[in-house]
Design a protein around this ligand. Sequence first.
Ligand SMILES: NC(=O)c1ccc[n+]([C@@H]2O[C@H](COP(=O)([O-])OP(=O)(O)OC[C@H]3O[C@@H](n4cnc5c(N)ncnc54)[C@H](O)[C@@H]3O)[C@@H](O)[C@H]2O)c1
Length: 335
Amino acid sequence: MTTVGIVGAGTMGAEIAHVAAVAGMQVLLADADAERAAQGRDRAVAIAARRVAKGRLEPAEADAAAGRITAVGGITDLAPADVVIEAVPEDLGLKTRVHAEIDRVVAPGTLVATNTSGLSVTALADATATPSRLVGLHFFNPASTMRLVEVIAGAATDEDTVSRAIDLAGALGKTPVRVRECPGFVVNRVLVRAMAEAYRAAAGAPVDRRAADQAVAEGGPAPMGPFALGDLVGLDVLESIRADLEAAYGDRFDDSGTLAPLVAQGRLGRKTGGGLVPDGDGSPTGTEPVVAAIYYAAAMDEARRLADEGVASPGDIDLAMRLGAGWEQGPLAAG
Ligand SMILES: NC(=O)c1ccc[n+]([C@@H]2O[C@H](COP(=O)([O-])OP(=O)(O)OC[C@H]3O[C@@H](n4cnc5c(N)ncnc54)[C@H](O)[C@@H]3O)[C@@H](O)[C@H]2O)c1
């Protein structure tokens, strides 16, 4: 039976622990200390209970899954793991230190994965003595329900590691999409490009954001518009990803200074209240369909660039947008 070690028992670590335990794997859950690991185990058990309440999981399956999750004292307890998935906060220095330690502790044949949203897998691998066995496994939140996993090979990742990561994603009940490493991978790169372009368009014209979101949801395959999506993701998280992508790709990720002032004021979207979408009903100005058209054109352009660069196949880009962003059909199929 596969034993999965997870480092970082926060939002994603608990979700991934739940997914692995339900898939019949033994899970060793580590955090900075034993108490936090135990809290992470409690979160994973609570995820199962919520799914039982919704009728998506049998009570007996939830009980069996809980019995397979063990909170441990730290990374040194992960030596027996066949696979280790790292899900500590998105900080290059921290992740580098954690990967160096994982690499020292686990056996030579252990597969090591990072759930980074956008840091370089190559840079993380370089911090270890065994860079060929590190792979990106980008789960989407909530991992218990989102089917997509982007599988990212860094420069040193070997083919056997990639195919083991793809098999693991399948064994976890997920749909893997293979991605050649680039900032933002596929889904975040397409979405954040389209969001930045929509924010830029709205900054230069009178636009009712609620009506613009409605125009996007009604006018194409996306389930929600860029303003509601920003508030859902959290504006601090989004601005950090957007700024990194602007640094990597340039002005097409410029948002005309839409997000930074809101972040500075602590208006981070749903988690704080206050964000991009104003309270109350606004009045459409007539320009909202233009914002929606810009949103979809930008998504399609970024998807084409990804395909042209060979980051993923056109079919996989569309699949990733359907399973990772909830689009009814992918931007390339729509075009
Ligand atoms: N939350 C999301 O929507 C989402 C989606 C996809 C990917 N990710 C990525 O997943 C990773 C984790 O994100 P999260 O939202 O779960 O973060 P989080 O803050 O909820 O959890 C991180 C956990 O790591 C622990 N931790 C910190 N330092 C540690 C150390 N030295 N050793 C062991 N554990 C340590 C923390 O105590 C915490 O429990 C990040 O790379 C993030 O970019 C997040």
